[in-house]
Design a protein. Structure first.
Lengths: 337, 717
């Protein structure tokens, strides 16, 4: 054909076809998205410290393994209260002259999603230990260690943030592990990663492909059968208190043989789960976040977790019921206020 | 007989229903696709077994029928038996006849038994043959459903098996009876014949059977001589070969040495980046198994991962493709390359890009995390300029072509360079990158980079080298054109299928999925075209060391691309998205397709440029290690990540899925090591092709010596 034997016509046509399609499926949608989405009204802009932390996150390529998107499918419910929407990313702009915008949505989930990590795991102590070497707190983790964000000092100086590191992770070195600025900035960023509440009148996005039958964190969908306390414990508590319930020396107190856990009256335990606890900071233990409230645990889920804690690792206390827990939850809510 | 027929009908019916049941089961159980797959497999195998069983029974029935029909015909049949007797049998018969005249009829019964056994044997061999097909078993077993199904299937299959054995033995009894009757008739016929007619016939037959060749029928008495010089590389010293000897590259007219040098540098630096990039990749694979292998910031996983991907993309694959492109474009235009100097600039620029990019990434300077877009813009700009220079060079070369047509290779190659420039501009211009705009661009960029740059360019290379290596034209030019335009049409829109279920617009996700399905057209067209080009040339496959690379590339082109389509569906995205399945897929495509095609092209072109070939045994080692390594890499990863995705769907704790993947990651590291090893062989081969063999050719050396002595005598005179 004549047309195909003319290189100008042939390559121009191919070029125009490609560019035309590019404009329609890429450039116009991209422009539309950036002009038609604004940050949510309650969205908290990142603090200066957190912005620096985001830069640390970017430069170490954390996005290779950590996504920051809750998809609108049921299985992603564990990562956030609602599916992510375009407005969640609207406040991302070009990083600087050299570097592009960082929405950091990611394409691989070799590690957990971080959309809501600030709510799920707000403990600074935990994150610092975890960054120094993830296997300190999560034995099975394959995340890299980031020791270069820390320094080992003979003595902690004023203003230093020390990190609790068991001896076997010190590589034979003696002293106190102290977080450098970049570690603290990174943790500030991680702590700032929280899903913003949607305004009350906005349409709520829904999770698709709902499961029927078994359930994990959603109390509504199943018959009133016994929940899997061990699994709920893994999801909500294990990263600090560990699978064996022994916690981590100098960072997270043990639940095994704990007076609070074994107490005949479960009120204090419910209180701690719902409102957090900082009563043992003097002993060197980190403050516990309000896990129950942050993760929106239901009474029956908390009951399952408590029963797991009260009957595992040699613990032997009476089981509690969901009703009992519900009552205590109402009570501690009042006292918390 | 009727019962047997009805039996077959029942068997076929049950096979059919089990199929339809399985088809129904697959649909609603979205969460258990893998298990459903297993069910389909298992049922397919069962149906096959039943089908073969039915076929076997049907054959038996027919044989019985044929036997009973035969009993009517008499002497004509018996004469046939005479013709099919072998020399030994004839001898025995003649002896019998001789004896008979002396000793009447004593051996009758023994002959009878002997004949029966001979006839029976031929039938027995039939039975054995048919039985061999009954036993097939699926190794694809997973999940409780499968186990249950297997448990149900075992007694059913055992029943079928026993039934067939029964029918078989019944048939044998009947058949033996028939054979004995037949033998009786034959024996009677032989015994009773008094004339010498049969003996004469048999003697003649015996003579024919005893005939042997003199071994000089074709050659005659003259000594062999190759007066036309048709025989090459005759090996008189035959030993048991370790590997099959393949054809050597055909000597071609010399290519402009300046161009040769440029191309070799492209290929050489590409090989360097292959080794570098895959060493990094290999190390990353090890880090999945041993996360504390080192604790240096420059070597941490998050920084090295883009180093690996970018080095193999922009370093190895891009430079390799361009090197081959610089050979193909002027060749099919039938003119010299417009500017060799511009070619060198491209080479420098791209190499500098990868060096700088790698250093930046390891130092923690990146473009904010979009995959394959990690090089910051000042670095990627060099790459873009390099491509622009190449584009100008290529288009000017094509513009001055002396052929009327633009050969299809040049369509693909030039279009790929144009598109790559467009893609890079779209990806780096900061106007449309705020908020989710960045993600939409990212989806477009990463997929167009793969499909419009690597795939399109490589296809262009295949359209030249495959027909050339097969020494026949491409099967269909029209299919190539169809694939070209449909690739542009569909591939351009599929980028966002990497963000299915994310917060980018739903319609855009759907468009991407539809486009992914549309990709079936160019892929099927391309594959068909390549495979049909092989038609009539398959015999060349075993004797060539480049064609196997092409064939594997074609196979992965088909399977890898269609796997991409399958992955794009919403239902499969549920299971596979975010898991290592994506990693396996990208290796099937970038490695299985692109790398294998590139190696094929390199092994085809370098001997033409240097006149030297690599040892065939190390080429074979490269091929097999790469292929087996890739399979070890991808299959466990796909299997493991499917189960991982299902664990996520079941709401299992995340860390459980990490622990679960450990053995599959180990397999990935093993497969990766084999792949890496194959690259060492590749580089060795390249070295051999560059510098030539160290073994001295006796003939060459002798002639050299002669020349030397001639010139020395000349000068002394």
């Amino acid at each position: 054909m004549e047309f195909f034997n003319n290189h100008t016509k042939l390559f121009t046509t191919a070029f125009l076809l490609f560019v035309g399609l590019t404009i329609f499926v890429c450039i116009i949608p991209a422009l539309n998205n950036q002009t038609n989405n604004a940050p949510l009204p309650f969205a908290q802009p990142l603090s200066e410290e957190a912005i620096k932390g985001k830069a640390v996150f970017i430069s170490n390529g954390c996005v290779a393994c950590h996504t920051q998107q809750v998809r609108n499918v049921d299985m992603d419910k564990v990562w956030g209260e609602r599916p992510s929407i375009a407005a969640d990313y609207a406040d991302n702009h070009r990083t600087d002259f050299w570097r592009n915008t960082a929405t950091l949505m990611g394409t691989e989930r070799t590690g957990p999603d971080l959309t809501n990590i600030g709510s799920r795991q707000p403990s600074k102590e935990w994150h610092l230990s975890h960054l120094f070497n993830p296997r300190i707190v999560v034995k099975e983790s394959i995340m890299p260690a980031y020791p270069w964000m820390f320094e080992i000092k003979e003595k902690k100086e004023k203003g230093d943030v020390s990190v609790s590191v068991p001896e076997e992770y010190m590589n034979g070195e003696k002293g106190t592990v102290v977080a450098k600025a970049e570690a603290l900035q990174l943790v500030a960023y991680i702590q700032a990663l929280k899903q913003t509440k949607l305004p009350g009148d906005a349409p709520q996005p829904v999770f698709l492909y709902k499961k029927t039958g078994e359930l994990t964190t959603d109390g509504k969908s199943a018959a009133p059968k016994e929940l899997n306390g061990a699994m709920l414990y893994t999801n909500n508590c294990q990263s600090c208190h560990q699978q064996n319930g022994e916690g981590l020396k100098g960072a997270f107190p043990p639940l095994k043989g704990s007076k609070v856990v074994l107490d005949e009256n479960p009120e204090l335990l419910v209180d701690i789960i719902m409102n957090g606890y900082s009563g043992r900071e003097k002993e060197g233990f980190g403050a516990m976040p309000a896990v129950g409230t942050n993760n929106r645990l239901k009474a029956e889920e908390i009951a399952a977790i408590m029963n797991h804690e009260r009957t595992s690792w040699g613990n032997n206390a009476k089981k509690v019921t969901a009703d009992q827990v519900q009552k205590l939850m109402d009570k501690v809510k009042v006292t918390a206020k | 007989m009727n019962t047997l027929k009805s039996l077959i009908v029942v068997l076929l019916l049950s096979a059919g229903t089990s199929f339809s049941i399985s088809a129904q089961e697959v649909k609603p159980v979205v969460t258990h696709v893998s298990t459903a797959n297993g069910v389909v497999w298992l049922l397919t195998v069962m149906v096959l077994i039943l089908f073969f069983a039915a076929l076997y029974v049907y054959r038996k029935v027919k044989q019985i029928k044929r036997f009973s029909d035969k009993s009517d015909q008499k002497t004509a049949q018996l004469k046939d038996y005479l013709n099919s007797m072998d020399a030994r049998q004839i001898e025995a018969y003649l002896k019998f006849k001789k004896n008979k005249s002396e000793n009447h009829g004593r051996q009758g019964i023994s002959v009878l038994i002997w004949l029966a056994v001979t006839l029976g044997l031929s039938f027995f061999s039939n039975i054995v043959h048919a039985q061999g097909q009954g036993a097939q078993r699926s190794f694809w077993a997973e999940g409780g459903v499968i186990i249950t199904l297997v448990l149900i299937a075992i007694p059913i299959l055992a029943g079928v098996f026993i039934m067939i054995m029964k029918i078989g033995s019944l048939f044998k009894v009947y058949q033996n009876k028939q054979i004995l009757e037949e033998a009786e008739r034959l024996a009677a016929y032989l015994r009773e014949s008094e004339t010498g007619e049969i003996e004469e016939l048999l003697l003649k037959r015996k003579k024919a059977l005893d005939f042997t060749l003199s071994h000089q029928e074709l050659s005659g008495d003259r000594l062999p001589e190759d007066s036309k010089g048709l025989l090459q590389q005759v090996n008189t010293n035959s030993v048991l070969p370790l590997v099959a000897a393949k054809k050597r590259a055909i000597k071609r007219p010399p290519i402009d040495p300046a161009l040769s040098k440029l191309i070799l540098w492209f290929i050489g630096t590409a090989a360097f980046w292959l080794i570098f990039g895959t060493t990094v990749g290999e190390y990353l694979g090890i880090k999945f198994v041993a996360p504390d292998a080192d604790q240096f910031s420059w070597l941490s996983f998050g920084r090295l991962r883009p180093v690996h991907t970018n080095a193999v993309f922009w370093g190895w694959a891009s430079l390799g493709m361009l090197g081959l492109g610089y050979y193909v474009v002027p060749r099919v235009s039938n003119v010299p390359l417009k500017s060799i100097k511009l070619g060198w600039y491209t080479l420098y620029l791209i190499n500098i890009t990868v060096v700088l990019g790698t250093i930046c990434l390891m130092a923690g300077i990146n473009n904010s995390g979009g995959e394959y877009r990690e090089y910051i813009w000042p670095v990627m700009l060099l790459f873009g300029i390099g491509l622009l220079l190449t584009l100008i060079n290529f288009i000017q070369t094509i513009a001055s072509r002396t052929t009327k047509e633009i050969y299809i290779s040049n369509w693909y190659i030039v279009a790929a360079v144009i598109f790559a420039i467009v893609i890079a501009i779209v990806a780096y211009v900061p106007v449309w990158q705020d908020g989710l705009g960045e993600t939409i661009i990212q989806g477009y960029y990463m997929h167009q980079g793969v499909g419009m740059w690597f795939m399109l360019f490589t296809l262009g290379i295949v359209y030249y080298f495959l027909p050339q290596q097969l020494n026949k034209p491409i099967y269909s030019y029209s299919l190539g054109i169809l694939a070209f335009w449909t690739q542009i049409l569909f591939y351009t829109v599929i980028g966002t299928h990497h963000f299915v279920f994310s917060s980018i617009p739903w319609w855009l996700q759907t468009t991407a999925i539809v486009g992914s399905v549309g990709m079936v057209i160019p892929v099927a067209a391309g594959t068909t075209n390549f495979i049909l080009t092989f038609k009539g040339g398959w015999y060349k496959l075993p004797s060539s060391y480049t064609l196997p690379f092409f064939l594997i590339g074609i196979i992965f082109y088909f399977t890898g691309s269609l796997q991409g389509t399958a992955e794009a569906f919403r239902s499969t995205n549920l299971i596979w998205h975010f898991t290592d399945f994506t990693v396996a897929h990208s290796h099937i495509t970038m490695y299985g397709i692109i790398c294998f095609f590139l190696w094929a092209g390199i092994y085809a072109v370098v001997p033409r440029l240097t006149g030297k070939e690599a040892p065939q045994i190390t080429i074979g080692a490269h091929f097999w290690l790469a292929l087996i390594g890739l399979l070890f890499y991808t299959i466990p990863l796909m299997y493991g990540s499917t189960l991982k995705g299902m664990m996520w769907m079941q709401g299992k704790p995340f860390i459980d899925s990490v622990v679960f993947m450990a053995p599959y990651w180990l397999w990935r590291a093993i497969g990766g090591s084999l792949m890496w090893l194959s690259h060492l062989f590749f580089v060795y081969n390249l070295y051999k092709m560059f510098t030539g063999s160290t073994t001295v050719d006796i003939r060459e050396a002798a002639i050299e010596k002669l020349n030397q002595s001639y010139t020395s005598t000349e000068s002394s005179l």
